[in-house]
Design a protein around this ligand. Structure first.
Ligand SMILES: [Mn+2]
Length: 268
């Protein structure tokens, strides 16, 4: 009865299976969680989605930016990026089952009451309850028949500062960007989407989102992915960064949600 959460799989099916073997993952009794970016640059996004889908109630994931981009590609709103290897998945006859399943995933979820799971991070002005509430706003629009309109309006970097009064498209875009694309904030709390470097190489006016004081996070934990160059180095047990860049030749990492230890495999 173990619960594991895995970092960005990015379509790396062999790596996922190798990590699950190392974990001795039992799909009948254990649960697998994921921080999103299930698909994109690895060799077999289709098999990753099929495997995770077939785990049924034993798999739980939030959406990452690449998962949302896949939905936009499937709706012919956006084109695949040159680095995406999605052709086999896009031409799969039953792809709509998998895309419909993705469309029902949240942007943020609780693990028990003390842990929040999201792809990029938790905006520092938000509590865990805010996060779940804002995620639900996006779940609602993604599950509407006209969800394509939302995907069309999702792209863009503004607004980059949260205001509770934000409404409509601007509010939705901020929520999506915070949960799926955020790494750094400027001192006044504006999200910066340009810098992808590790904190040691970042400009002085930028700080990682997890270094901003969040009064709601006492005794809470945030598990996230998205930031390969960070290599999990948050220097705080409160923030568990799981993207260790397997698709770039580094490691695929899982966190045991009950034992609180990290397990990883190296790309070969
Ligand atoms: Mn990502």
């Amino acid at each position: 009865m173990a619960d594991y959460i895995v970092g960005d799989i990015q379509g790396c099916y062999k790596g996922l299976k190798k990590l699950l073997t190392k974990l001795k993952f039992n799909p009948q009794t254990d649960h697998l969680y994921a921080v999103g970016d299930l698909v994109a640059r690895g060799e077999d996004s289709l098999s990753v989605l099929q495997y995770c889908h077939d785990l049924g109630e034993h798999f739980h994931s939030v959406l990452g930016n690449h998962d949302l981009h896949l939905l936009a590609i499937s709706a012919e709103i956006r084109a695949p990026k040159p680095s995406d290897k999605l052709q086999k998945l896009l031409s799969y006859a039953q792809r709509d089952t998998l895309f419909g399943w993705l469309r029902h995933m949240p942007l943020a979820m609780h693990y028990q009451q003390h842990t929040l799971i999201c792809h990029a991070g938790l905006y520092p002005a938000w509590s865990l309850c805010d996060a779940i509430e804002f995620s639900k706003e996006i779940e609602h629009v993604l599950q509407q028949p006209n969800y394509e309109l939302f995907l069309q309006n999702m792209y863009g970097n503004t607004p980059n500062v949260w205001m509770p009064g934000l409404k409509g498209t601007e509010r939705q875009r901020f929520i999506v960007n915070a949960f799926t694309r955020m790494r750094y904030l400027e001192n006044q709390g504006g999200m910066n989407f340009t810098c992808k470097a590790p904190p040691s190489q970042a400009p002085h006016n930028l700080r990682p989102w997890f270094q901003f004081y969040n009064p709601y996070l006492l005794n809470k934990r945030v598990v996230f992915g998205h930031w390969a160059s960070l290599q999990g180095q948050t220097h705080s047990a409160q923030f568990v960064g799981l993207d260790t860049g397997y698709v770039w030749g580094n490691r695929l990492t899982a966190f045991d949600l009950q034992e609180h230890n990290l397990i990883s495999i190296k790309a070969t």
